[in-house]
Design a protein around this ligand. Structure first.
Ligand SMILES: [Zn+2]
Length: 79
């Protein structure tokens, strides 16, 4: 399994979580509706659902590390 395809980079600033590029519609610098509680759950490897505000694309996050969301379905196409 390619784990790279299941990662999505993010940035967290002042409690706000941004995705540099939406994996669905490719909007840039999308501010997500992820709350602190959702974020903490993700860090504790509790599955967290995220709906992208730009296009309603749905992600299921199974883990959050310091750089990436780890998703249950591939969010990137491998070359
Ligand atoms: Zn989008």
């Amino acid at each position: 399994m390619s784990s790279f395809a299941h990662t999505l980079p993010y940035d967290r600033m002042m409690g706000d979580v941004y995705v540099p590029e939406c994996p669905f519609c490719h909007s840039e610098n999308v501010l997500t509706p992820m709350t602190d509680r959702d974020y903490q759950q993700g860090c504790e490897e509790i599955k967290t659902r995220l709906v992208m505000p730009c296009c309603n694309g749905k992600l299921m996050i199974k883990k959050i590390d310091s750089d990436y969301f780890w998703t249950t379905e591939a969010v990137r196409k491998t070359q």
